[in-house]
Design a protein around this ligand. Structure first.
Ligand code: KG4
Ligand code: ZN
Length: 356
């Protein structure tokens, strides 16, 4: 089965063609980051308008590069939630219209399920069941995964998502949007041990997270550094040291909670997915932990950690193969809990389906 995947939930237009026999044939991504950078974050209306401009040209490009004629497509998958409603509607309208015109089934995919399954695109994919740490700009969740669609939420952030915390700290340090990769790059020249930030919520039981206190800690440290500076500016080395301490606190928090999740579930496989899973220190910290726990860690290549069309094409293909398809109505769901999805092959996975 050959499936076109379309991702337009936020500020990236992603398109891919995935073939269940041959694997990923082509993928393309257009990032709107330059459009939103001067506003310091995503402007929803600008995002929708740009998706309208980019989605069709990207589809043409990916079809051509994958040697796929429109008539070769057996199905179309698009992100139907969660995300920005206007942005989601672009991908959904294009996907649904194309499906109707070609008379092939379409399927709305849950964005976080796409992230969660992205490691399946790698050469040695993980086997179910596993624990998944989902860390993106909007979500921070630990999930027990027993199969596609069988998700049990183990814990999540009570406030900011990890990526959001990275982005806000980036802003405080004067870095451009999105701050995550820039904070990570700045932390490279940071001095270990100069600052030590708290590891939020690690000294109490449970698998919840909280990042807003850590953010405040960064702000207070910057204010103190500013007060003691001679020229009214925080010097570059101090900023790098703060970036290091922040990243280290986030990584250690995830190491502690992921170890706890593996021990509580008795599972031996951990996967990390979503934009923050591209972070090299996070990968290294978790790798060291799983080795001690005699467990294994899996993640996608960096370009499939952040938003992309390949993960949507893959997830959609699995669900289409299981016989799922959209009903007649066009539905997108800006808020859509991952744990409300039903196991693959059962019918109520579209956004209009009952969430239980
Ligand atoms: O999954 P994603 O592309 O979009 C959402 O679904 O939210 O995640 C984007 C988030 C942003 O907050 C970005 O700053 C963060 O992932 N991010 C990183 C890194 N690369 C992207 N955070 C830390 N280190 C990175 N290397
Ligand atoms: Zn995402």
């Amino acid at each position: 089965m050959r499936v076109l995947g379309i991702e337009t939930s936020c500020d990236e237009t992603g398109v891919a063609v995935y073939d269940s026999e041959q694997g990923l044939l082509a993928d393309s991504l257009y990032s709107q980051v330059d459009i939103h950078a001067r506003f310091g974050g995503v402007v929803p209306e600008l995002a929708s308008r740009d998706h309208i401009r980019k989605t069709l040209p990207l589809i043409m490009e990916v079809l051509e590069r994958s040697g796929t004629a429109l008539s070769d497509l057996d199905g179309i998958a698009y992100t139907s939630g969660p995300g920005l409603i206007g942005a989601l509607l672009v991908g959904a309208s294009v996907g649904r219209s194309l499906g109707m015109a070609l008379d092939v089934p379409t399927i709305g995919v849950h964005h976080m399920e796409g992230h969660l399954l992205a490691p399946m695109l790698e050469e040695s994919p993980p086997a179910f069941p596993f624990v998944a740490l989902l860390v993106s700009g909007g979500h921070t969740q630990l999930v027990r995964v027993d199969g596609i669609g069988s998700y049990t939420l183990l814990g999540e952030s009570l406030d900011d998502a990890a990526g959001e915390a990275f982005d806000k700290v980036g802003k405080m340090l004067g870095l451009a949007y999105p701050g995550g990769p820039r904070v990570a790059a700045l932390a490279e020249s940071g001095t270990p041990g100069r600052f030590t930030f708290p590891r939020p919520m690690t000294n109490r039981p449970g698998l919840e997270f909280s990042f807003s206190g850590l953010k405040t800690f960064v702000r207070n440290t910057l204010v103190e550094a500013l007060a003691s500076s001679a020229n009214g500016e925080v010097d570059q080395q101090t900023k790098a040291d703060i970036a290091f301490a922040f990243e280290d606190a986030v990584v250690q928090t995830f190491v502690i909670k992921c170890r706890r999740a593996l021990q509580q579930t008795g599972l031996k496989t951990l996967i990390i997915a979503g934009g923050v899973s591209a972070n090299l220190r996070l990968r290294a910290g978790l790798q060291a932990m799983v080795e001690k726990e005699k467990s294994q860690l899996f993640y996608a290549k960096p370009r499939f950690c952040t938003d992309n069309g390949a993960m949507i094409a893959y997830a959609g293909c699995q669900r289409l193969l299981a016989g799922e398809r959209d009903g007649l109505e066009l539905n997108v769901r800006p808020r859509w809990p991952l744990a409300s999805l039903a196991p693959i092959g059962t019918s109520n996975n579209t956004p209009s389906g009952s969430s239980h």
